[in-house]
Structures are given as C-alpha cells and as structure tokens.
Design a protein around this ligand. Structure first.
Ligand code: FES
Length: 186
C-alpha cells in the first residue's frame, strides 16, 4: 500500500554506490571526477581551516598585544612626601613606616634617611615568608618577628643568621633638598 507521502516523493530512485559508479564504460572518467571532487573538498577544507587558523592566530596576537602590560616609564606612579613635615625623618638614621594608598598593593613602606640628602624606601614585607617587617629602634635595624630576621636599613640586605636571604624590595626615590620633597616611584 502506498502512503500519500510516498506518492508525493515519487518512485524510489536507486541510490548510487561506489560499485555502481565505478562500473560501466565511463568508470575511468567517473573515478577521475571523484578524485577531483575529493581533492577539491580537501583543498577547500584546508582553506577553511587555514582561514580559521589565521583568525585564531590573529585573535591570539590581538590578545597578546592588548594586555595590561605598561612598560612606559612615563606612566610610572609617583608619590611625594614632604620631609619637612616628618619628624621621624629629620635626623640621619631616622625611619618611618607608611602606606601610600593602593600603591605597593596597599602594603606599607619603610622609609629610612641614610644621609642628609639620601633616603631609601623599602617595602615593609619580609623576603622570607612575606611577614610585615618593623623598624627596630633599639638595634636600629629592620626586623621581622616571624622568624627573627634582621635587615640593614642602609641597604635592605639581611644580616647573617637571618632566615631571609634576599634584600628587601626597594622603590626608587629622589630627594630634592630645596623643596624637601621625596619622590617615590612605584
Ligand atoms: S617571614 Fe620574616 S623571617 Fe620568616
């Protein structure tokens, strides 16, 4: 019995198979045509894949060049400290612990006056296991209480016997004796 759908589709045509296509007098021509189509599809696929790859590479390149890396020293963040107003920094050997907003990840600095016209600005973070360090006014050194490390305030280098092996991270600083401004660059 024939359904309406079948009658609309018409008589069922025999689907070509590899065998039916490759038999008969034009087998060689058919084989050539098939090889050509297969190769063309391959080339087209490669072209499309190449296009996608090119797009992917371009987007990777864009991502790499779009990153937040800012190497322009002109964009460095600087802060100014008026030394004339800082009682603890009036004498050579004086030091001060202070935060500068979100600079240095919000971590405070220890600023040391090492000469009349020379200051050092260290991050107040121990290089052993990142504990906060303090000014030790008794020994005149920078001290980490976590594992008892001491740092030289003139250089930031840890004293022998300390658990810390690396010097404290230092930020560039410049003192203008005329204006009494210390500029720290983050
Ligand atoms: S964290 Fe400072 S000595 Fe260990």
């Amino acid at each position: 019995m024939t359904t309406d759908n079948q009658s609309q589709r018409g008589p069922k045509a025999a689907l070509p198979t590899a065998e039916t296509e490759l038999t008969g007098p034009d087998a060689e021509a058919q084989l050539d045509r098939r090889s050509f189509l297969t190769r063309s599809a391959g080339v087209l696929g490669l072209a499309l894949a190449g296009g996608s790859l090119a797009t992917l590479l371009n987007s990777c390149e864009d991502d790499a060049t779009r990153g937040p890396v800012d190497t322009d020293p002109g964009n460095a963040i600087t802060v100014e400290l008026n030394i004339a107003e800082e009682e603890k920094l009036q004498a050579v050997g004086g030091s001060l612990k202070r935060s500068f907003g979100s600079n240095n990840g919000g971590f405070p600095l220890i600023i040391v006056r090492t000469a009349e016209d020379r200051f050092r600005a260290y991050t107040a973070k121990c290089t052993h296991q990142a504990c906060p360090v303090e000014e030790d006014l008794v020994t005149n050194r920078i001290w980490c209480a976590c594992h008892d490390s001491y740092f030289d305030p003139n250089t930031g280098i840890p004293f022998e016997g300390s658990q810390a092996r690396l010097p404290l991270q230092e930020f560039q600083s410049e003192f203008d004796a005329e204006t009494q401004k210390l500029t720290i660059t983050f």
